[in-house]
Design a binder for this molecule. Structure first.
Ligand code: ZN
Length: 263
């Protein structure tokens, strides 16, 4: 009896952001049939939803092998998530850190709901792998991005649907600099440009000016993460090394300013 499980099809959680766009390319490189899933949950940065369409079109236009593999797109209305969440991701309030130490951009239950709906669609479509851009190393501290959460959910979903889904999170242990490197490795300068110009990250939904790291306000936590990741990638550093260098330079500046002011 052949017990080998062949994973040749995947459903990618594709929001239109940098991480999920990179995950989509990762999946297209590995699986012969790939479908995408996005969610409209009343997010302030709904503009990311229109980026999804353009990004998929560009993938088809520029990568012939991936064009053959890229299948249907699914967009689910999860307005109920916005209705029950009181967060800076779904309300027009300032982004800050809660008493619990979590940023108020954390939408409780979001990834649990996303992955549960993804499994329901994968079940119907006969897709074996569910791919998400969750990452434990990007400093946001969202508990539903942690590896243990995803592993526990994989067990729960497989028990609850009597299935054998594999939840894959290719970005789990890499930082934002390595995410840019991964995009380059997968699709060269073409894909890197597409991720830079056509994906959306900014929490405030600002598109406007194109910076070297992409569009966005440049100051919200999501933009800062994206910008630092790009800077570190360009400099051949990890994000942690870049932050360390910045802190050292700042300390040096303060020391210089203090000695200038000395009599
Ligand atoms: Zn921003």
């Amino acid at each position: 009896m052949n017990r080998t499980v062949v994973h040749d099809s995947a459903l990618v959680l594709f929001s239109g952001g940098q991480d999920s766009a990179t995950c989509l390319a990762w999946a297209l490189e590995r699986y012969s049939r790939v479908e995408t899933l996005g969610f409209d949950y009343g997010q302030r940065h709904r503009i990311e939803l229109s980026c999804r369409v353009g990004f998929r079109e560009q993938l088809r236009a520029r990568f012939p092998l991936w064009r053959e593999r890229l299948g249907e797109d699914h967009l689910l209305d999860l307005g109920v998530l916005g209705a029950i969440s009181d967060t800076a991701m779904t309300r027009d309030i300032a982004i800050e850190t809660n008493a619990s130490g979590l940023p108020n951009t954390f939408v409780p239950g979001r990834n649990l709901m996303f992955l549960t709906f993804a499994a329901a669609i994968a079940y119907r479509r006969g897709l074996q792998v569910i791919v998400g851009g969750m990452c434990e190393t990007d400093f946001s501290g969202y508990p539903d991005c942690r590896d243990d959460t995803i592993k526990a959910l994989q067990v729960a979903l497989n028990l609850g649907m009597d299935s054998r889904f594999a939840l894959e999170t290719p970005l789990m242990w890499i930082d934002k600099a390595a995410t840019w490197t991964l995009a380059e490795t997968l699709g060269g300068a073409d894909l890197l440009d597409m991720v830079r110009e056509q994906t959306h990250t900014c929490y405030l939904g600002e598109r406007g000016e194109l910076h070297d790291w992409g569009h966005g306000c440049g100051v919200c936590p999501a933009c800062q993460l994206r910008r630092r990741g790009y800077q570190a990638y360009r400099a051949g550093l990890t994000v942690a090394q870049l932050l360390q260098d910045e802190a050292q330079a700042e300390a040096q500046n303060e020391a210089d300013a203090a000695s200038d002011g000395a009599p």
